[in-house]
Every structure is written in structure tokens, then in C-alpha cells.
Design a binder for this molecule. Structure first.
Ligand SMILES: C[S@@+](CC[C@H](N)C(=O)[O-])C[C@H]1O[C@@H](n2cnc3c(N)ncnc32)[C@H](O)[C@@H]1O
Length: 168
């Protein structure tokens, strides 16, 4: 694991996720955002295979998800970005280990060309879970561009349910 950058907000490390996570204390991390390889056969450089059999990929995901859940502080948020194909399994695993489901956030991502024999891939999935009752107040802003442009704001607090509000 290599320390590659630092500023007033913190330090950035580069290395294998399982090695890095194993060095972290239990209940020590405020927020986790994972954007793993999607097992699509991309070239991420030496020593990383992005094309393994499905069971192996899912087992690897479950291993680092377990570690993320272990190191997260009680009330911490976990975000996991992946294809819906993988996130349905990862969500099931998070449910099984006792993480609290908050939202399935759909990310509009229409920058690819149509793929023969498949529906046009129009959204990726961002899972949002917490380790028990969430501590943070999170606010998201999304821009929708269509015939009209609107901003959807979702404000979430520990004592209120998720209430979408629309404004222009
Ligand atoms: C989908 S990309 C995410 C890119 C990143 N979000 C960005 O904006 O640059 C997946 C990343 O995971 C990295 N990766 C693959 N296997 C890894 C591992 N075992 N531990 C840590 N990172 C890994 C790849 O090198 C790649 O940078």
C-alpha cells in the first residue's frame, strides 16, 4: 500500500483493497464509497484481472464488502457503485450480514452505443446502506434534463423518512 497524495483533507493511499482494509481497525471509518472493477474485461494493469468467472468475482466482492462493513463505524454510510447485474447480489449479501438498506440509487449513464442482443444500458446502480441507524444527514442533488429541467432534492435525517421535494 502506497501513500500517493496528501492535502488538508487527508491522505490518499493506493494498493490492494483487501490489504488496505485488513489494516484498518473495526468500527473506525466514517464513510465508504466503492467503485470496483465490474468484471467487464477492462485492462487495469499488471496483476489485476477484470475477467474472472462470475462466482469468483462475487466471492471477491463479498470478501471486501464484509471488510467494509467491519471497518465502518456504527451509523456510517456505505455506497457501492456497480452494474445492476452485480449489485443485486451485493445487496443480498449486505442484507444477510445485517447492513441497513437505505436506497438503490439509479445513475443515468447513457454514453454507450446499443449492444447487440441486449437492452440499451441506461443506468448503473449505486447501493446506499448504513451500519445500523444512520448518523449522518445526507443531501443529494440530481439534475434531470428533458423537456423541462428540474432538481430533485432528497434530504434524509435520522428521525425523518426520505421525502423527495421538487423545485425548479
Ligand atoms: C471501475 S474503476 C474505478 C475508477 C475510479 N473510480 C476512478 O474514477 O478513477 C475500478 C478501479 O479499481 C481498481 N482495482 C482493481 N482491483 C483492485 C483491488 N484488488 N484493490 C484495489 N483497487 C483495485 C482498478 O485499478 C480501477 O482503478
Amino acid at each position: 500500500m502506497t501513500w500517493v497524495y496528501e492535502n488538508e483533507h487527508g491522505r490518499l493511499f493506493q494498493g490492494d483493497c483487501l490489504e488496505m482494509l485488513s489494516s484498518q481497525e473495526t468500527d473506525s471509518v466514517d464513510l465508504i464509497f466503492a467503485d470496483p472493477p465490474f468484471n467487464l474485461g477492462k485492462d487495469y494493469g499488471k496483476g489485476i484481472s477484470d475477467s474472472v468467472v462470475e462466482d469468483e468475482y462475487l466471492q471477491w466482492c463479498k470478501t471486501w464488502v464484509d471488510e467494509c462493513f467491519r471497518v465502518a463505524k456504527p451509523g456510517a454510510s456505505l455506497f457501492i457503485y456497480n452494474l445492476p447485474k452485480w449489485n443485486i447480489h451485493i445487496a443480498g449479501h449486505l442484507n444477510a450480514i445485517g447492513a441497513m438498506f437505505r436506497h438503490w440509487i439509479a445513475i443515468d449513464i447513457k454514453f454507450g452505443l446499443p449492444i447487440s442482443g441486449r437492452l440499451y444500458p441506461s443506468q448503473y446502480s449505486l447501493l446506499y446502506y448504513s451500519k445500523g441507524k444512520p448518523l449522518a444527514v445526507l443531501e443529494y442533488r440530481f439534475k434531470f434534463v428533458g423537456t423541462a429541467e428540474a432538481t430533485l432534492r432528497i434530504t434524509e435525517a435520522t428521525k425523518t423518512s426520505c421525502t423527495p421535494k421538487e423545485s425548479t
